[in-house]
Design a protein around this ligand. Structure first.
Ligand SMILES: [Zn+2]
Length: 415
């Protein structure tokens, strides 16, 4: 096959869109919400449909012990496959594109290459990772984390869900407790195509994002203890007001990240005051701090700046402050050569792109531990996700899949 005919290949957009709609109709709860939550009957129905399509494409099906599903187009000499995919589990009341798009587009890539008579030098594998959302079992991105060796499979299978169920038992019940050891395929590269789930691409009017980093996350819980007292009789200068101190932390965080860098974000999402009474000075404030940044040193700086501020604050406001760390993930730097391939593939198709940071977690961040990995983003209308109003324009869905196609072709041709 010569280069010219390869370059004119495109995925079958109609079939991809049809399958997205079809999978989107599978797994609704009694309230009519899409809820293909990991290892439920709804998840099984979605998996069965996906496996059916994989079999129709002549792919070898493999399931590993954590329930990750692989459709393998084997037969090439080099055993290390090019892996594409994402997840098909959802949150409750989900949209139809999150995760599913990357899996079905991966399948479309294989079908397109098969139909064109393309002979890949490496196997091409499309994967659907188990429990990316973490809606029933924590942690999220579990299937890819286990696959990358970041969490033991026995420990993961013993996870007890929000409904008291045990993941291993549920996977067995729905017929997806496989026998392959997680990590059984060592990818040559992993590329995940995903909707952005944020507003940036739509805002700047670009169809493709080449994701080069995934931001680090720092979660802390701060508790401030002051003294409850009468709101009318206590002079301002004599207060030990935990609520006032919490408010100062919130404005400090916003000012600090706004000053330091455009990509830094800080959020206080939970705040509780006690005794929570209109005419009583709060004796206690408990709140969470969510700090994110694509750069580890900046994230550390933000954590350190917060710690210094809390020290000063405890003196100034005469309150006691304690901090508890809830979660911490370092930023992920995706493979530079792979990110360049994505940019070049987009450009050859006349699709303008820009480099991006992922604000959300994805399976690619786990697989990046064991293989060169990167992600392709397409626009999300109004940045809405984890919601039935999640939407990406059909031409954007097709464009992203075509870029994935070109990148996979290159990776399967290169030595
Ligand atoms: Zn996702």
């Amino acid at each position: 096959m010569n280069t010219r005919s390869v370059n004119t290949l495109s995925i079958d957009a109609g079939r991809l869109l049809g399958r997205l709609q079809e999978l989107g109709r599978i797994g609704h709860d009694e309230q009519g919400r899409l809820a293909r939550v990991a290892a439920t009957d709804a998840d099984k129905a979605g998996r069965d449909r996906l496996v059916g399509w994989m079999k129709e494409a002549g792919l070898e099906i493999a399931v590993d012990r954590i329930g990750n599903v692989f459709g393998i187009w084997a037969g090439a000499a080099d055993p290390r496959p090019v892996m594409v995919g994402s997840h098909i589990d959802t949150v409750v009341n989900a949209g139809i594109y999150d995760g599913t798009y990357g899996v079905l587009a991966g399948l479309a890539v294989i079908e397109t290459l098969q139909a064109a008579g393309f002979v890949p030098r490496r196997p091409i594998v499309v994967v659907a990772f188990t429990n990316e959302e973490g809606a029933r079992y924590a942690p999220d991105m579990m299937g890819s984390l286990v696959y990358a060796g970041g969490l033991g499979v026995e420990e993961a299978l013993a996870t007890v869900g929000t409904d008291g169920s045990v993941l291993g038992e549920e996977l067995a019940r729905i017929g997806y407790a496989g026998d392959r050891e997680p990590g059984f395929l060592k990818p040559h590269a992993y590329v995940e195509l995903h909707i952005e789930q944020g507003p940036i691409l739509e805002q700047v009017g670009l169809p493709i994002g080449a994701v080069e980093t995934l931001q680090g996350i720092s979660w802390q819980r701060v508790t401030i203890k002051g003294t409850a007292n009468h709101a009318g009789t206590t002079p301002m200068s004599m207060r030990r007001d935990a609520g006032q101190a919490a408010a100062r932390v919130m404005t400090f965080l916003r000012d600090h990240v706004t000053r330091s860098h455009a990509q830094s974000v800080a959020t206080v999402g939970c705040l509780r005051l006690e005794p929570d009474v209109i005419n009583v000075i709060p004796s206690r404030a408990t709140f969470t701090v969510d700090l994110r940044d694509p750069d580890e040193s900046r994230l550390r700086d933000a954590e350190a700046a917060l710690a210094r501020f809390l020290d000063e604050l405890s003196v100034e406001e005469q309150v006691r402050i304690s901090v508890e760390r809830l979660a911490r993930f370092e930023p992920v730097l995706f493979d530079e050569a792979l990110v360049e391939r994505i940019e070049e593939a987009a450009s050859r198709r006349g699709l303008p792109s820009r480099r991006m940071t992922s604000g959300a977690g994805h399976d690619a961040q786990m697989i990046a531990r064991i293989a060169p990995s990167a992600m392709i983003f397409v626009p999300s209308h109004q940045g809405i996700s984890h919601n039935p109003r999640e939407h990406t324009e059909p031409q954007d869905l097709a464009a992203g899949a075509d870029v994935l196609l070109d990148v996979v072709m290159q990776l399967c041709a290169a030595t």
